[in-house]
Design a protein around this ligand. Structure first.
Ligand SMILES: [Fe+2]
Ligand SMILES: [Fe+2]
Length: 131
């Protein structure tokens, strides 16, 4: 059983966005696996970097979609994405310095942030964007 699984209730009604959310969830599972088998912090850092990079791409794609339909909640949504990127930049700085240690606190933070963000913020645009 996975640490973190995508559920139908996470669907935002857009196939590409759902797919990208599933990839992000898989990346968090990979972090969890790398903790369990005790891999070193370099590998852990690489997975976190991979997730941060994918988040940049995903946020841009999502923002593009919201702009396309002139979604009225765009600015509030951008703030949520930016707040996450501020936190992510902090992790990335530690990774680059070689001082990053992956912990369950970080993995739980990422899982909880993503779940809340999908259920609250992403689902809010779902009735405005198409499949
Ligand atoms: Fe979002
Ligand atoms: Fe999203």
């Amino acid at each position: 059983m996975s640490f973190y699984s995508w559920k139908q209730e996470y669907s935002v009604g857009n196939d590409l966005m759902d797919k990208q959310h599933q990839v992000l969830i898989e990346m968090i599972n990979k972090m969890h696996d790398s903790m369990k088998i005790g891999k070193g912090s370099v590998e852990a850092g690489n997975i976190v970097t991979e997730m941060i990079d994918y988040s940049v791409m995903h946020f841009a794609a999502e923002e593009e979609l919201m702009k396309k339909v002139q979604y009225s909640g765009l600015n509030a949504h951008l703030k949520e994405h930016n707040a996450f990127m501020t936190k992510a930049a902090d992790f990335q700085k530690q990774i680059d310095k070689g001082s990053f240690t992956l912990s369950m606190d970080i993995i739980n933070f990422l899982r909880d942030w993503l779940t809340d963000h999908i259920l609250v913020n992403d689902k809010a645009y779902s009735k405005f964007v198409g499949k």
